[in-house]
Structure formats: C-alpha cells, structure tokens
Design a protein around this ligand. Structure first.
Ligand SMILES: CC(C)(COP(=O)(O)OP(=O)(O)OC[C@H]1O[C@@H](n2cnc3c(N)ncnc32)[C@H](O)[C@@H]1OP(=O)(O)O)[C@@H](O)C(=O)NCCC(=O)NCCS
Length: 435
C-alpha cells in the first residue's frame, strides 16, 4: 500500500460527476472526522484539508476531532519527561497531562491554521464536558477522562453557521479541571450524540487488513465477532478504532470508516466512490430483508396492487409472481411484509434489473426503499454483475437522488428487455448504477 502523499497512482480518481451524484444524499448530514495527531504531522494533511473543503462545499457539516499521540510522545522525548500513556487510554499522571495540554494546543492551532488557509470557517469551543474515569481494575486512571456531557446546542449552532468545530482531546470537567480523553472515544461520542451519518477515522497507517486481506466493507457483526475471538488479528493501533467503530454503529451511527489518510484523495474516494479505499464498517440495516418464499406470493401480489393501480408498477399476475418467487426479496417488520423488490437477471450482459420496488404507504419515507435497493445492488455485485438497471414511471428521482442511479436510455437495456419495453408502451425512464 502506498504511504507517500505524492503518489497518486494507488488512489482512484473520483471525478466531479461521480461526486455530484452523491450531493443530494449527504447535504446537511454531519460527518465526524477523527484525525490522528500523526496524520496532522504528515505531508498529506494539506490534501486532507482540501478534501474537507470539498465536503463543506457540498454542504456536509464537518466536525474535526484531532489526536495528539505523536506530538505528545515527541514533547516527552524533547523534554526527557516520562509519560504514563500517549493515547489517553490508560492512566494520565500530572506530568503527562501537562504535556498533553501543550500538545493539544499546538495541534489544534495547526489544524485551525490549515482550515483557515483553505478558506474554511472553524472554531474551538468548550462544548465537551469531561468526567474522570476513576479507578479501573484497581488502578487510579488519574486525569484520564471520558465524555460527561456535550453542549449539543453549541455544536449545532456552529454547524448550522457553516463552521467546523475543532475538538481537542482535552476537556474540562464540572470544576474546570482539564482531563485527557482518547480522541477516538471523543469522536465516537460526538458522532452518536450529534446523529452523524458517518464517523471517519483518518490514520497515518495502512488500512485494516485481516490475514493479509484488505477489508473494504465489513458488517459490524463480523468486526465485533473478530474483535471478540481474535483481537490480535487487528493491528494494535487500529484496534481502538475498530472497537469504537463497533460501538458507534451499535449506538445508531450508520457507517464508520477507517482510512489511511496519507493516501492522496483518500477521504473523497472513500466517501464518493462505490468501492472506497479504506474500511467501511456498516450496520446490519438489512436484517429485515430476506429472500421470498412461496408462501409470500399472495402478500406480494396484494401489496403491489396499489402500485399497479397508480401505474407506478406494471401488472404481474399472481402466477407470474409465484413462478418467479425466488427472484423476490421482501422486507419484513414484526412478521408483516412491508416491501418487496424483484431481481431479474440478464446473465449474458451481467445485468440485473430491479423491478416491482414497492413499499407499503405507511412505511414509506423511512429508508426502507433505499435499503431494499442497496441490498439488491449488493446482491447483484455478489453475483458478478457489472450494472443494475431500474425502469420506473414515477420514482426516477428516488433512484437518481436517493440511490445514486444515473438516467440512461433505452439503449442501456439488454436486447430482450428493449423489445418488451417498446411493446408495453409504458415509456418508463431507464436508470442504471454501475457496480
Ligand atoms: C419509491 C419507493 C420505493 C421509495 O421507498 P421509500 O421507502 O418510501 O423511500 P426511502 O424512505 O428509502 O427514501 C426516502 C426518500 O426518497 C424520496 N422519494 C420516495 N419516493 C419518491 C418518488 N416517487 N419520487 C421521488 N422521490 C421519492 C423521498 O422524497 C425521500 O427523499 P429525502 O431522503 O431526500 O427526503 C416507495 O415510495 C414506493 O413504493 N412508491 C410506489 C411504488 C414505486 O413507484 N416504485 C418504484 C417502481 S420501480
């Protein structure tokens, strides 16, 4: 893996069109960036700042939490002072706290300078109240702290004003006493308490690989099981990030990413490219989705009748649903079927058409449709398809704005489907997503 900030060859180009497709998806969403101190010190940090400027220009609300591990170690060496722990994970004695406070001020200034030079509004604030961790397994953790409270109003005001809150890993407790908080922990707390869509750990080390295999997409349950059964497989400095990724997702943040920030364009590639270059850990939103069984045919027929009546779906007789039942996915809530999607394969063209996407009216606008389409796309990818297509009369904006499909034309259809398209006269819009 490339570690040189000047080497662009390993990063995939994320072109403007690729980015623009995602603009409506992330507008006004909160992303929390947890940037290691070692990355702030790295030459590619300048490019990370440019990536952040792109995020801001797309109206993504950014919070930047920075670490200080490397700077704290360097200060300790310079001053020949022994520190208890550089990362805020173990106990912090008074000498370590003093140096940590100095390192935090230094790094914070460097981050603020960088953001300012890129025309970005930013502010540090006293928005996190810390509390002592106390005694853990018989050892007094001294000035190591955890998050007690967040001033959510203050953070939201800054975000709404287009300002990037820069959060340092030193927080004051109720009495105004400084405490050292691990920056990964701090970032996770901010992400879950401010309802962020993403928590992104930007490190200065290679991304997560297990048994030599780079991990790109990892369901949270798999990562949790791995951390329980063989934590030694996760490199030590990434382990805390992996643990926080699991916790934050379990607390409701949909995605956490672990990224090598030394790679040119890592942040934009990870967010805007279908296959990012880091590790995306995601919640199992999909547990309500399952393959349909013959017993579901009637329910599918019944729920899609409304769509047929409003002409948003084309008619499918019960027998046709029954004979293709293995190609349906259904979404179940409390034992009731609330949505369905049909997957039609065109093997020669390596295409899958998602059709009969229907969500019962009561459950619409709750993310069910998007999850069904995402799931269908993931399934298409697993089956080795290169593209997913959708034909729709009334939901083209749903596919383009919410699911990042691109509008195409009749020529994008496989031959057999094109003939049928012309015959049925529905004049549906054709959209596609390349996998
Ligand atoms: C289209 C449909 C599948 C979307 O499912 P859903 O669960 O309601 O959608 P989600 O909750 O995942 O996404 C909600 C977003 O989609 C948008 N959306 C939903 N239906 C839309 C439509 N018909 N046109 C444009 N945008 C639509 C919402 O405005 C919302 O946007 P926002 O996040 O920017 O606020 C569902 O509304 C439906 O079943 N419609 C009737 C049948 C149909 O038209 N199916 C498509 C035929 S292939």
């Amino acid at each position: 893996m490339t570690t040189n900030g000047n080497n662009e060859s390993s990063a995939k180009p994320t072109d403007l069109r690729g980015i623009l497709k995602y603009v409506p998806m992330f507008r006004d969403h909160v992303f929390v960036l947890a940037v290691d101190g070692s990355l702030v010190a790295h030459e590619n940090f300048q490019n990370v700042l440019l990536d952040i400027a792109v995020l801001r220009s797309l109206h993504i609300k950014v919070i930047l939490v920075h670490g200080i591990g490397q700077q704290l170690q360097a200060l300790a060496e310079d001053k020949a002072i022994r520190i208890t722990d550089a990362h805020g994970e173990l106990d912090t004695d008074p000498a370590t706290l003093d140096l940590a406070t100095e390192a935090a001020a230094m790094v914070s200034l460097q981050v603020m300078q960088g953001l300012t030079r890129n025309g970005l509004r930013c502010a540090t604030c006293n928005g996190v109240r810390g509390k002592e961790i106390g005694i853990v397994r018989g050892i007094d953790q001294g000035s190591t702290g955890a998050v007690d409270k967040l001033d959510e109003v203050l953070f939201n005001k800054l975000l709404d004003a287009g300002t990037i809150p820069v959060v340092t890993p030193i927080a004051l407790n109720r009495e105004g006493t400084p405490l050292r908080i691990n920056s990964d922990l701090l970032a996770s707390e901010l992400a879950s308490r401010l309802s962020a869509s993403k928590l992104i750990f930007l490190t200065a080390q290679n991304g997560l690989s297990i048994d030599g295999q780079p991990m790109t997409n990892l369901p949270v349950a798999e990562l949790e099981a791995l951390l329980e059964s063989s934590p030694e497989k996760v490199p030590e400095r990434l382990r805390s990030k992996a643990q926080h990724a699991v916790k934050v997702i379990q607390a409701g943040t949909p995605r956490a990413h672990i990224l090598d920030g030394r790679l040119f364009g890592a942040l934009l590639n990870e967010i805007f490219d279908k296959v990012g270059i880091g590790t995306m850990v995601y919640s199992n939103d999909y547990q309500s989705i399952r393959r349909a069984t013959p017993g579901d045919a009637h329910a599918i027929y019944n729920i899609t009748r409304n769509g047929v009546r409003s002409e948003s779906l084309r008619e499918r007789p019960l027998e046709s649903i029954e004979s293709a039942i293995n190609d349906y996915l259904v979404y179940e809530i409390d034992g009731s079927l609330v949505a369905c999607v049909h997957l039609q394969s065109y093997d020669a063209e390596k295409l899958i058409e998602v059709g009969s996407v229907y969500v019962q009216p009561f459950y619409q606008n709750r993310g069910v449709g998007r999850k069904m389409v995402e799931f269908a796309c993931a399934e298409a990818k697993d089956r080795g398809c290169r593209r997913v297509i959708a034909l729709t009369t009334q939901a083209s904006q749903f596919f383009s704005k919410v699911c990042a499909f691109t509008e195409g034309g009749v020529d994008d259809l496989p031959k057999a489907r094109r003939d049928e398209y012309i015959r049925n006269g529905r004049n549906s819009k054709v959209l596609y997503l390349d996998l």
